[in-house]
Design a protein around this ligand. Structure first.
Ligand code: FAQ
Length: 337
């Protein structure tokens, strides 16, 4: 049993196999009743593994996602923008921590997850392998990338696994703020000089397609979607989320006076949605497999930051051990007295 809980496991008595794990039918019945699966509950091994895969990749995305924006903290155009950006990047680090903790409730070890990221074995979102060339990119990341992240993560607040669903509620609230601050940066640029507006347009031209790729492969090519939907992990498909994102973003771009770089983008009254052009799936898989513009740089930066922080982690562990030993010795003195 994998749990940090002191409660006894809910084995759904009478519906478990010889290993004490729920039968597929019993487990699916709980999912159908929309019950939350908690760490102390018995669960199919494949469900546990699938969640560890998704949650740890999500956690990696949050911490690697700090890097492109961190690149602009010292170059923010005003103290106010610098403070906001610092807070946002710190929030992303916090999201990573909630998510690593949620994965730990499934029995994953933090060290193993970090090793998988640093060795290049674990994936993280393709979007963070693109460079932030101008200040406008910080606005575009907030507006489009956080906007896409929210679109994908709001349905995860209803994920069948309790700790992941609850973490997502807070994450989504913070991402909404991030999205608005990004929109505000782009709005300020669009209302500025022609050169500033041009900066915003160039940024949107660079980030639009990679943002649409964040939602993952087409449903027909999505290896995990079928099972993830059956288990109540994913609630809305990759393509449906991508379509909703396009539908809500087109009017926002129009409000800003920006053009989205897709000649095939057009309202389809019959479907009640915008049609849009094909994504470059060769580029997507190249980036996912490690050969994007910044993959090597991002991993090097992560590993370097991890190594530089090693002494802090070691000191914290030594400090905690000393405190624990002192507490034991005080307790024994009291017992002896
Ligand atoms: N990049 O079968 P599917 C953020 C992989 S957080 C890289 O469709 P699934 C916050 C996928 O892992 C952004 N890899 O997979 C922020 C799988 O490979 P595997 C991250 C991708 O899991 C904002 C394979 O392709 N959000 O932005 C990508 O059902 C601003 C087959 O794909 C989450 O992680 C991709 N774009 O659906 C931070 C949300 N797409 O594992 C800083 C939670 C797919 O077999 C600044 N995750 N792959 O080796 C999810 O919702 C899902 O995992 C999907 C993929 C939708 C990402």
């Amino acid at each position: 049993m994998y749990t940090q809980s002191l409660d006894l496991p809910n084995t759904d008595a009478g519906n478990t196999d010889s290993a004490g794990l729920p039968t597929e039918a019993a487990f699916l019945a709980r999912i159908a009743r929309d019950e939350k699966i908690e760490p102390q509950d018995a669960m199919p091994e494949a469900y546990r593994k699938s969640l560890i895969r998704q949650i740890s990749q999500h956690a990696h995305s949050e911490v690697v996602g700090m890097l492109p924006e961190g690149n602009w903290i010292t170059r923010a155009p005003s103290l106010k923008r610098k403070e906001i950006l610092l807070a946002k990047v710190q929030d992303e680090g916090g999201h990573g921590l909630y998510l690593y903790s949620a994965a730990e409730t499934l029995g994953a070890s933090r060290d193993d997850m970090i090793d998988a990221l640093h060795s290049g074995k674990a994936k993280y979102s393709s979007i963070f392998n693109y460079p932030t060339d101008s200040w406008a990119d910080i606005g575009t990341i907030g507006w489009l990338v956080d906007g896409a992240a929210i679109m994908n993560q709001v349905p995860l607040c209803r994920c069948s696994y309790g700790p992941y669903a609850r973490a997502m509620i807070r994450v989504c609230k913070e991402e909404s703020f991030h999205q608005r601050q990004g929109f505000d940066i782009v709005r300020a640029l669009c209302e500025g000089t022609p050169a500033q507006k041009q900066l915003a347009q160039e940024s949107v031209n660079r980030w639009w397609w990679p943002t649409l790729m964040m939602f993952g492969p087409h449903d027909s090519d999505s290896e995990h979607s079928g099972q993830a939907n059956a288990w109540g992990i994913k609630r809305i498909s990759n393509d449906d989320l991508r379509q909703t994102f396009v539908d809500v973003t087109v009017p926002q771009a129009a409000f800003l006076g920006l053009t989205l770089p897709d000649p095939l983008l057009e309202w389809n009254a019959e479907r009640g949605h915008y049609d849009f052009g094909p994504l470059d799936w060769d580029e997507f898989w190249r980036v996912v497999r490690g050969d994007g513009p910044c993959n090597a740089e991002r991993l090097n930066d992560r590993v370097e930051a991890f190594e530089k922080g090693r002494w802090v982690r070691e000191a914290a562990v030594a400090h905690a051990a000393r405190h624990a030993a002192r507490a034991v010795s005080i307790a024994s003195e009291k017992i002896a007295a």
